[in-house]
Design a protein around this ligand. Sequence first.
Ligand SMILES: [Zn+2]
Ligand SMILES: [Zn+2]
Length: 380
Amino acid sequence: MADKDYYQILGVQKNATKEEIKKAFKKLALKYHPDRAPEDTKVEYEEKFKEINEAVSILGDDKKRQQYDQFGSAAFSGGAGGTGGAGFQQGFDYSDIMSQFRSGMFGDFDDVFDHLFGGSGGGKRKVRRGSDLLYETEITLEDAHSGISKTILLNKLERCDECHGKGAYEFESCHHCHGSGYLKRTQRTPFGLFQQTGPCPYCHGKGELPQDSCKNCGGEGLIRRKKELDVSIPAGIEEGMRLRISGEGEVGDNNGPSGDLYVQMHVQQHELFLRKGKDLHVTVPISFSQAVLGDEIEVPTIDGKAKLTIPAGTQTGTILRMRGKGMPSLHGSEKGDQMVALHVIVPTKLSKKQKELIKELHEEKPQHGFFKKIFTSAFL
Ligand SMILES: [Zn+2]
Ligand SMILES: [Zn+2]
């Protein structure tokens, strides 16, 4: 599926500052707000509006922007086989943003922007999905051929068990908002004074205030912990591929779901085999006499030695195909092949007897049969 170009959607450069992104978003959000769309372009406007919101929610967040720059929009799509745009749902509530725009009378973009990026601190008691994590791991070509289970060590934020993620043991109803989590405030806009209900800044919209602080997590509610995780790496995995392990990212805010863990593969270069797609390429030396007379030899394959017949009259550089001796496919279809390039070694140190035999061979005028062929290319 094609990657979405969020920079292009917002019409900004790849190195745009946060301020430039914010500006571009403002301009487009005003232009394409569905409430302003002429009747016959409503659907179009709504699509465009969704698109710019999606773009800004990635590019406006430093961490997500970095992931996007590295992996493209696929990093945010929901799982294998997910269809493009549908994947990006987590942590982004479109209807909520729509209502914010409505209540703000198009005047309060900064609040909406901060809300999107969780910036201003006074956010509603909003459930948020935790961040995704990226873990890089190295495997051998043999591992990639057979598949392997690997234990990886993560160091990630988890919910504190002692306070159940609340940061404190005792709470009291917030007396500023009487436990509702919301406070009314009056706002001056170009359209006049508006009374708006917003999250209570004292309890951050939680409706209650902590009476103490959890000793285990220092009141954060979260704690960084080492965790071992067994990851099953399927046979046929390729360099640069990522496995998505659902729910093993960092924990979400306010008991929100955890993010996902992406395990990125680095397949080591092999000293013998070169992988090209599903095929493996290997070079095998053979002697001059094996090349001339033919032979059955043993060649290395990725899962042990195998026999290979060399036909008489083999030229150096000849490539023989060994079917099914390559890499498996991730999707279970046919295995690749092993391509064996034969390299004929010309002897440099000869015994006296060997020298005489070669001389004799040289003086023999090549006339018929395969010897003629060999001599034509090798000696003349
Ligand atoms: Zn309050
Ligand atoms: Zn705690």
